[in-house]
Design a protein around this ligand. Structure first.
Ligand SMILES: C[S@@+](CC[C@H](N)C(=O)[O-])C[C@H]1O[C@@H](n2cnc3c(N)ncnc32)[C@H](O)[C@@H]1O
Length: 280
């Protein structure tokens, strides 16, 4: 079959998640959806494709889930986490103390949990700095299977070897056969939710820092714009937005400005921050 044979699956995934599967090879769709065809007893992939728009919600969600790319690792790209510890966290703490409010951090495409858990490990190491304040890490994703893995906090040897310093492995994980399980203390610092970035985000409440890394790359420009303005609406006026190394807001949103010297880090421009403060 050619890619065009799966056009309605491609369109469906785009409509539901924003993910553009444009150049996806047909074998990728075939291999990723094979288990769904079997599990839900469709005759073949073509039958699944024909019935997709009227299929039960769980089948539709399973198709989207299967087409997500959940690649992640601890302290991915390092610099965003160094910047979090050295520059962002001190500012968040100062602002939270001034307002006597909690610090709210959101990992908007948290996949299998390495990103929010990396932030939690940094927070714990700096506990004295935020003593007396409440810090929340909310981690979300559209993929239920990724969230299930994140909540379990169980990682393979390969996964803990990617980016996680040995001393943090020893400090925060216990071995379980060939796997490693993250400590209850770190787990308890993160709450996981299923959130589709295309849907209304207001129920999440206001955020001081949004990590939205390596997900915009899967969207087209109109979807990137829509998602970034939805994020903007739930950010506190002096909040920060962290994107992935290959992502930019150039041509996507003019209300944010890049923080000089901090790759991928954005904050609302002065005018927008004032506007947001008035509406808050
Ligand atoms: C490559 S992972 C990025 C994980 C992590 N942020 C990182 O940088 O390591 C991209 C994640 O985006 C999620 N995703 C894709 N479309 C989404 C949507 N519309 N809403 C929420 N999450 C989405 C996928 O399920 C996947 O787990």
């Amino acid at each position: 079959m050619s890619v065009n044979d799966y056009q309605s699956i491609i369109d469906f995934v785009h409509k539901k998640s924003g993910i553009v599967l444009g150049n996806t090879k047909s074998y990728l769709i075939e291999t990723r959806l094979a288990t769904i065809v079997e599990q839900y007893k469709f005759q073949d992939l073509k039958a699944l494709e024909r019935g997709l728009n009227i299929a039960p919600k769980q089948v539709q969600e399973a198709v989207v889930d299967a087409m997500t790319t959940n690649e992640s690792f601890f302290f991915r790209d390092n610099t965003p986490f160094d910047n979090f510890e050295k520059a962002i966290l001190p500012e968040l703490i100062e602002a939270a103390r001034a307002k006597n409010s909690p610090i709210r951090i959101w990992c908007a495409a948290a996949s299998t949990g390495q990103e929010p858990y990396s932030l939690a490990m940094i927070l714990l190491a700096n506990k004295r700095l935020w003593a007396g304040l409440k810090v929340e890490i909310i981690a979300s994703d559209i993929s239920q299977s990724a969230l299930d893995r994140a909540k379990a906090g169980k990682y393979t040897q390969f996964e803990v070897q990617r980016g996680l310093p040995v001393q943090l492995l020893v400090e925060h994980f216990k071995q379980d056969g060939t796997n490693w399980i993250i400590s209850d203390q770190i787990k308890s610092m993160v709450s996981f939710r299923k959130v589709n970035l295309l849907e209304n985000l207001f129920s999440l409440g206001k955020m001081d820092l949004v990590f939205c890394r390596n997900v915009l790359i899967y969207f087209d420009v109109p979807t990137k714009s829509k998602v970034v303005s939805a994020i903007q609406k739930i950010m506190n006026p002096n909040g920060f937005l962290m994107l992935g190394g290959a992502e930019t807001l150039l041509g996507i949103n003019e209300d944010f400005e890049r923080k000089d010297g901090y790759r991928g880090l954005y904050c609302l421009s002065d005018g927008q921050a004032k506007q947001t403060a008035i509406c808050a």
